[in-house]
Design a protein around this ligand. Structure first.
Ligand SMILES: [Zn+2]
Length: 395
């Protein structure tokens, strides 16, 4: 048996007063995050001294003794927020994320965690200082709840119940897959499988474009402006939900059948920042991808890899990251590497031996080979520790 962490997410049903309290906690959490971030930056630039939560939590506690309005917020929640900043710094230094940013009201995702003091009773949860809040119970919770995360998504509040679950020690699957993340499609696998994006994305894209054109014609911050704006926010939430569900299905399928999964080691943020297709092939599809298309397709990549990493880990498999250099240009048959092998976006045709394949599948094959090579060289650094990833991430 082994222990894994699993999160169950439900929509909360807070009443008006509880909504107000949740918003208040979220506001103070933003403030604490911003203050601590600012302090770290200042102390580091003036004294070259890195700060962490061990030094900052006592200061937050001190502030709580001074201000009544701070005392109304559960202290554990504020401490967790400071610890989230540690995680954000760590992710930055390990190259998985950008440097932590200030949190802005209405712009950043609001979330906070309760490490203790909560209770669950069938269809409601007890949150310290807030009380019992009902939720839409869409599935059964298995395992022992370890902490709870509350977050706001559009207009609604959600609770994630993070549990420790015992699972049987699985025998790793023998199949291996290289994965090439796409732009017009979600990804291609080295065995030739191509996973397309959900078809509804096209419809959402048109709708989003229409709303944004309408927004551009409105007077800023007028009543009609706000109306359209909130419609856009709601649509973004719907897109995000659809994408998450879709990615869950895709990653569960891949993790179920593969004991080894190989990815390109690209910084997620780098990929989504510009309209470039990949490091090898900059600028492919630039016009199509820029703008709206991007806002719909982007965020999926990081989430896809994150989910696959922990799901493969649950099944005792391995995830390997490889250098993305030349993966889309190399011929897997003769090894000839040239940008002429990729005259079109969709096809790979080797100018040396004539081998042809779907361009993305070809890249996936190269990625898988690179993964095998790394493992054969015994490069342990290629493999990230698995099994516990997935639930405890900075908000
Ligand atoms: Zn060739």
């Amino acid at each position: 048996m082994k222990t894994i962490h699993k999160a169950y997410r439900f929509r909360l049903k807070p009443d008006v007063e509880q909504c107000r309290q949740l918003a208040r906690i979220a506001g103070v959490c933003r403030l604490v995050w911003n203050l601590c971030l600012e302090q770290r930056k200042v102390v580091y630039s003036s004294r070259r001294m890195p700060l962490n939560s061990y030094k900052q939590i006592p200061e937050v506690t001190k502030l709580r003794h001074e201000y009544d309005w701070l005392r109304e917020i559960p202290s554990q929640v504020l401490q967790q927020k400071v610890r989230d900043l540690d995680v954000a710094y760590k992710n930055f230094f390990e190259g998985h994320a950008d440097f932590p940013e200030r949190k802005k009201k209405g712009r950043s995702t609001d979330s906070f965690r309760f490490p203790q003091g909560f209770k669950i009773d069938n269809r409601r949860v007890f949150l310290p200082k807030i009380g019992w809040v009902g939720f839409f119970k869409s599935r059964d919770i298995k395992g022992e709840p370890k902490h709870m995360k509350v977050s706001r998504d559009g207009k609604h509040w959600f609770v994630s119940v993070c549990c420790e679950v015992e699972i049987a020690n699985a025998v790793p699957k023998s199949k291996a897959a290289g994965i090439d993340m796409g732009i017009t499609k979600l990804c291609a696998l080295s065995d030739g499988t191509v996973i397309e994006n959900p078809t509804c994305f096209e419809r959402y894209k048109r709708k989003l474009a229409k709303l944004q054109r309408r927004l551009a014609r409105k007077k800023k911050f007028s009543k009609n402006f706000c109306k359209v704006k909130s419609k856009i926010t709601a649509l973004h939430t719907r897109i995000a939900n659809t994408r998450r569900d879709f990615i869950h299905k895709a990653t569960t399928g891949i993790a179920k059948n593969h004991g080894l999964v190989v990815f390109e080691d690209l910084r997620i943020k780098n990929m989504s920042k510009s309209a470039k297709g990949s490091i090898d092939n900059p600028g492919r599809n630039v016009r199509q991808k820029s703008g709206l298309n991007r806002s719909i397709l982007d965020a999926g990549w990081g989430e896809f890899r994150r989910q696959l990493e922990y799901k493969v880990g649950w099944a005792n498999g391995i995830v390997v990251f490889v250098n993305p250099k030349n993966t889309s240009r190399r011929c897997p048959v003769c090894g000839h590497t040239a940008k002429e092998n990729r005259l079109t976006q969709a096809d790979f045709v080797c100018v040396n031996c004539g081998y042809a394949d779907d361009a993305d599948v070809n890249a996936a094959v190269n990625i898988l080979r690179a993964g095998h090579a790394r493992l054969a060289c015994g490069e342990i650094g290629a493999v990230r520790p698995l099994g516990e990833a997935g639930t405890l991430k900075a908000a």
